[in-house]
Design a binder for this molecule. Structure first.
Ligand code: 4AD
Ligand code: MG
Length: 462
């Protein structure tokens, strides 16, 4: 008999056909006359109820081993369920316990566990409803990202993870080296990077943008989607040291085109989640973030709001009593300010544009005012920034001057400057933090719970 998943079986008609189901026991319940196993294989949130009526001694002994967490194979007939709660069930006649999970030692018992506790057993947490649902939503979103760009003629470019250039110019990079640090320290000698693996200092990338721009200036519409690394000491519910980022880049596009693309993109992802992850989103709505589904539906219904940074700061200054950090022009806005703007002013996603150049990266296009750049951040309720992007500086002289002003290593960016030396064009792009997207569509509160194995300061377990 062909093995079907719980999702496939529960989509069938309960016409009495024979089925085999393999998965893990979520719960075992006993009544005077029957034993009930709820079996889950992760193919969907819902379990498949398997009912063993009046089991004989052999079956009863096997059932006694089928506690929470055990892996099992059940054979039976698919019939309508007489009880409320499920449309169908398996009237089981055979059971094989494949691997037991002793109740004394298996950490995931039937009771609800805190997310903090589950973080300590990240290797077992995918077996819970919450983490199964997060994994399925994450998967669907990753696929939807490719669908969105492929349907619009974007080329997927694989940018490197090891790099010698600091894209954001913020110096928050992890170094990659094969030098023997212990030996070096003992010798007391200065580091000679010509002896290092790459013959010079190398790092894990903070962004694929600079590399993807090179393909943009040849293939017009491109995107990269991969892991990025930040060595900032940010211990928050919104920051990871290793996270995934989606970065589209479009030639001949200006900031307004960039924002249009970002809005269409985010709406496409929300629409897909509502349509294809309905069971999981209903679970998040019920257990994690009440009102989630309605708020996501509302996002689709109207255009995102827009405001300049300067306008936003004026508004924040009028409401200064709400904030721990007092707002002023030039401040790199904190999440408390971003949340206030979305939740209290815009009532939904909000694009902020034209930030002071001092708080943004060197590559952003300079405005005529000499103070601001063609940057845009998309802010959302609950946690603030979900997307950061800009129009890029396409003027060679201005870009060179900015690199010099900031004291960056001009030589290291020489290849990047070539894009302005030869056939320069206006172009724009942005980065969507994949885990921030998953926070957004699931309503989960901590970014460490939407990636399988989170990396953060002092945290690299598993
Ligand atoms: O605003 P950021 O730093 O922009 C860039 O990296 C640009 N190179 C993007 C581009 O224009 N191509 O990061 C982009 C997004 C943020 O808006 C946020 O969603 C996410 O990446 N992000 C993080 N997510 C998790 N943990 C962190 N430490 C993050 N830092 C940024
Ligand atoms: Mg940013």
């Amino acid at each position: 008999m062909k093995l079907m998943t719980v999702k496939e079986i529960t989509a069938l008609e309960p016409d009495g056909r024979e089925v085999v189901v393999k998965g893990w026991v979520r719960t075992r319940r006993e009544t005077k006359t029957a034993v009930f196993l709820e079996v889950n294989d992760g193919s969907r949130l819902g379990n498949l109820q398997c009912v063993f009526d009046a089991p004989g001694p052999e079956l009863a002994s096997e059932l006694s081993k089928a506690g929470t967490g055990a892996s099992v194979a059940v054979e039976g007939r698919l019939v309508p369920s007489p009880a409320a709660g499920q449309r169908l069930e398996v009237k089981a006649h055979a059971l094989r316990v494949i691997g037991e999970a002793p109740a004394e030692s298996y950490p995931l018992q039937k009771k609800a566990h805190s997310l903090e506790f589950l973080r300590e057993i990240a290797h077992l947490r995918p077996r819970t409803n919450t983490f199964g649902a997060v994994a399925r939503v994450r998967n669907r979103m990753a696929y939807a990202i490719h669908e969105f760009f492929q349907a619009r003629g974007f080329v997927y470019v694989h940018t490197p993870l090891i790099t010698a250039s600091d894209c954001e110019g913020a110096g928050a990079m992890f170094q990659v080296t094969t030098l023997d640090l212990d030996r070096l320290a003992q010798s007391g000698q200065a580091v000679d990077y010509t002896k290092d693996f790459f013959g010079k200092p190398a790092y894990l990338t903070v962004s694929g943008q600079l590399n993807v721009e090179t393909y943009c200036e040849a293939l017009s519409r491109v995107y990269t989607f991969g892991p990025t690394f930040r060595a900032e000491n940010s211990n928050t519910t919104r920051h990871l040291s290793e996270f995934w980022m989606i970065e589209p880049e479009v030639a001949f596009a200006e900031l307004s085109d960039n924002m249009e693309l970002a809005e269409e993109f985010l709406k496409h992802l929300v629409r897909t989640a509502l349509a294809d992850c309905a069971e999981d989103l209903a679970f998040f709505d019920q257990r994690i973030q009440p009102g989630l589904v309605d708020s996501l539906k509302a996002v689709l219904e109207r255009p995102f709001a827009h405001m300049t940074y300067t306008e936003a700061v004026a508004l924040l200054e009028k409401n200064a009593e709400h904030f721990e950090v007092k707002p002023y022009w030039g401040l790199d806005l904190m999440s408390e300010h971003e949340k206030f703007l979305c939740e209290k002013i815009a009532g939904g996603p909000l694009f902020l544009t034209d930030y002071p150049k001092e708080i943004k990266s060197f590559y952003m296009k300079q405005n005529a005012d000499g103070k601001t750049v063609r940057a845009m951040d998309l802010l959302v309720p609950r946690f603030g920034e979900i997307i950061g992007g800009s129009e890029r500086e396409d003027d060679l002289a201005k870009l060179e001057t900015r690199i010099r002003e900031l004291g960056l290593d001009e030589k290291a960016y020489s290849w990047y400057l070539d894009l302005r030396r030869f056939g320069t064009t206006p172009h724009s792009g942005f980065g969507l933090g994949f885990e921030r997207l998953i926070l957004y569509v699931t309503g989960m509160g901590n970014i460490r719970d939407v990636i399988p194995f989170p990396r953060a300061p002092k945290l690299a377990d598993f």
